[in-house]
Design a protein around this ligand. Structure first.
Ligand SMILES: O=C(O)CCC(=O)C(=O)O
Ligand SMILES: [Fe+2]
Length: 301
């Protein structure tokens, strides 16, 4: 398959062009009239709803002056403010340039959007997962710096968590959430067998734009969960014994766009995840390839 990364790289456009592309697919670019951005949380921003055995110590470890590489427990690391401003802007630019394509048989491409059922040839599009747009493609379809950033984050995570397994990303899944959107409880279950023996290759997940509350727990049936606030520039990594956590984006929090991103992305939250999916991935399957989920409630899965 032709590397779309190359073509797409060439198509990275300034905001004005992005705006006109967005209009062409029937979406609105956020107006620049938001309240002042909420500054990054300082100090403890892992909020433990429950106090699991590892919770208290980790919450303390977060208190002011921490390096920003936080081991939450074996197999879960949060890298606070790890992606610098230029990197966040660049990632957003590429993702929106790629994501402005509509997914589906009608267009033969993938992106955050799909044609509305009611479309009568007017090109009316909506986010393909309701309040969230999802785009999946092979890592090699993106500029090589995507994979390099992923590996850099993984190495940083391994510095603080020696149980974190290695991985080489081959699949990028990008979510674009509207403000207030959520993503229901689910597991990313590409290879449960490997997870059982503690070899779960990590998922590396970047947050850009609006903040969110990310929840996780070990079992669907648990009534308690932990909540991690993820802000723009944070990276959340889960692998090894934590690879099969049940997790959810509980809520994307409106009005938390950092000032430096306002003119660089549409109002919402961009989440870029990297995975190594085991086995041979037939590139000709793209864009039809889908990561499989165990979804408890398929409402917004
Ligand atoms: O948006 C996020 O932080 C998580 C996304 C997610 O869980 C997924 O795509 O499987
Ligand atoms: Fe997930």
């Amino acid at each position: 398959m032709t590397s779309r990364g190359g073509q797409r790289n060439a198509r990275v456009t300034p905001d004005s062009k992005a705006a006109s592309t967005a209009q062409a697919v029937g979406v609105t670019i956020a107006k620049e009239n938001h309240p002042p951005a909420q500054l990054r949380n300082s100090g403890t921003n892992l909020q433990y709803v429950s106090t699991p055995k590892h919770g208290v110590a980790d919450a303390k470890a977060l208190a002011g002056g921490h390096t920003g590489k936080i081991k939450v427990r074996d197999g879960i690391v949060v890298l606070r403010n790890f992606l610098d401003v230029e990197t966040q802007r660049w990632l957003a630019e590429i993702c929106f340039s790629m994501g402005d394509e509509a997914s589906g048989a009608q267009t033969g491409t993938t992106g955050f959007y799909q044609l509305k059922k009611s479309d009568k040839g007017n090109g009316m599009f909506k986010l393909n997962m309701g309040t969230r747009g999802r785009m999946i493609d092979s890592t090699s379809s993106f500029p090589p710096r995507f994979a390099e950033l992923c590996v850099q984050c993984l190495r940083a995570a391994q510095e603080v968590d020696d149980t974190m397994p290695d991985m080489e990303p081959n699949t990028n899944l990008i979510n674009f959430y509207k403000p207030d959107a959520n993503f229901k409880w689910h597991k990313d279950s590409e290879n449960p067998q490997l997870v059982k023996v503690g070899k779960g290759k990590p998922v590396v997940s970047f947050s850009i734009g609006l903040s969110c509350d990310f929840g996780y727990k070990d079992h669907y049936e648990s009534e308690e969960h932990e909540t991690v606030r993820l802000d723009s520039g944070d990276v959340f990594i889960f692998g090894g014994r934590s690879r099969m956590i049940v997790h959810s984006v509980l809520r994307v929090i409106p009005h938390t766009m950092p000032g430096y991103m306002r003119k660089h992305m549409r109002e919402g939250r961009l989440n870029i995840t990297f995975r190594e999916v085991d086995g041979y991935l037939d590139p000709t399957q793209f864009p039809r390839y889908r990561v499989t989920y165990d979804i408890e409630d398929t409402g917004n899965g």
